[in-house]
Design a protein. Structure first.
Length: 424
């Protein structure tokens, strides 16, 4: 059963210190996999797919015929849902598209910023026994809107060497360019270094298990990555007017992801705290993934009882959750007070699942408290910003002595000379 912590009796720091994140060190194994892929290319990938995914493949890339077969197999109504979700996600992310700018306010000086999309993006999509078409949409659509020319998707196949039909349908819907049947650390290595079949990319995005996350951290610098994502989190900020059934259901929507997922309720109502504690026990047996959700609720779940909604908001900011639901009658009154959250769900009728699938904002979010300093995946993740500077000789002459003096004060006389030499 989920525990209730009263902030009158215990500090938030003590509450958060009560559990430790389970860390699995797979660094050595991942380094061996990366080295093998760098050395042996496709041969290593085929070997690892047989070893880890039990798929004996003869080729790695998904063919157009396989994509078309998947589209034919997919429920037409779900294809329409994918299209609607795509349009919502695109409409939201289009607002993020940046434009070049030029400043010409000083005579003889032109300054500006040039926006350039990365050439090739790699997106990792979990597969095998799981199937997350939403991950395809959330990673590929911002890349396409940024202007990325080639979007390369990797996802592990099942034992028959097949990719889920809905994954392939989502890839076609989202505008993915090429698809490969590889997963795990070997897929990340292939994207980072390239093989005979898999092109080398400039950035890797998308969620994965500990092997994928560790591999992304190892190849960072060779390529860019989005983030190192941890287990899923939800924090429901609720007052006594909330329906405990809704709160419990929303907490379980993340608990069913992973045994290490973190479902948290912060409330100023003891009655709600007790009702949600009871309701979780009612709803847990109804879930097909009860065993996973049970481990998450019992080991990682918390109900934190605050003395006021002000203190509750302060607790939410300190935790900096991946998903934050603000379940009060007037959520906009609290919005300005929320500083740290990956994605914010406002009101009593906006469950977190709307963000996972359909509403439009990205569901690739900072976890583990990193919402204190990082942001959701966006179009910005797939562009580069280059500044440019132009001076006429006359404009340079007006400031040359100041620049040269600045350089000398830093002990960098060569810098100053590069300016003054033009006037000798």
């Amino acid at each position: 059963m989920i525990k209730i912590y009263d902030m009158k009796e215990i500090t938030l720091a003590e509450i958060l210190d009560r559990e430790e994140q389970l860390q699995t060190d797979v660094s050595e194994t991942v380094e061996e996999i990366i080295a093998a892929v760098k050395r042996d290319g496709d041969r290593a990938l085929l070997r690892y797919e047989e070893k880890f995914d039990q798929a004996k493949l003869t080729s790695l890339e998904v063919t157009e015929a396989e994509v078309q077969e998947a589209l034919d197999e997919t429920d037409p109504d779900f294809l329409r849902t994918l299209e609607m979700a795509r349009d919502n996600i695109a409409a939201f992310h289009e607002k993020q598209v940046r434009k070049d700018f030029v400043i010409t306010e000083k005579e003889g000086v032109i300054l500006g910023q040039k926006i350039t999309p990365i050439e090739r993006a790699g997106i990792y999509v979990p597969g095998g026994t799981a199937s997350y078409p939403s991950s395809v949409l959330m990673n590929a659509i911002p890349a396409r809107l940024a202007g990325v020319k080639e979007i390369v998707m990797v996802t592990p196949p099942d034992r028959d060497g097949r990719i889920s039909s809905v994954i392939l349908a989502a890839a076609r819907t989202a505008g993915v360019t090429r698809i490969f049947k590889i997963g795990g650390a070997q897929a990340v290595a292939a994207l980072a270094y390239g093989t005979e079949s898999v092109p080398r990319v400039d950035k890797i995005t998308g969620p994965g298990n500990v092997y994928v996350a560790t591999a992304k951290s190892k190849v960072y610098g060779m390529v860019d990555i989005d983030m190192i994502a941890g287990p899923s989190e939800i924090l429901v900020l609720a007052d006594g007017t909330c329906d405990p059934r809704y709160v419990a259901a929303d907490m379980l929507s993340q608990a069913e992801h992973d045994r290490l997922a973190s479902p948290v309720l912060v409330t100023d109502s003891r009655d709600l705290a007790l009702a949600v504690q009871k309701e979780l026990e009612v709803q847990l047996p109804q879930l097909p993934r009860e065993e996973i959700a049970r481990a998450s609720v019992d080991d990682r779940g918390k109900i934190i009882l605050a003395e006021s909604m002000k203190q509750a908001v302060e607790a939410a900011n300190a935790i900096a959750p991946e998903h934050l639901e603000v379940c009060v009658d007037d959520p906009f009154a609290l919005l300005a007070e929320i500083r740290n959250a990956g994605s914010i769900f406002l009101g009593k009728n906006t469950p977190e699942a709307m963000g996972d699938y359909f509403a439009g904002p990205n569901h690739v979010l900072p976890t583990g408290g990193t919402a204190r300093f990082s942001s959701p995946l966006s179009v910005d993740d797939f562009i580069k910003k280059s500044s440019f500077i132009y001076y006429t000789k006359e404009a340079l002459g007006q400031v040359k002595d100041r620049v040269a003096d600045f350089a000398r004060r830093e002990g960098l006389h060569g810098h100053g000379k590069s300016v003054t030499i033009r006037f000798e």
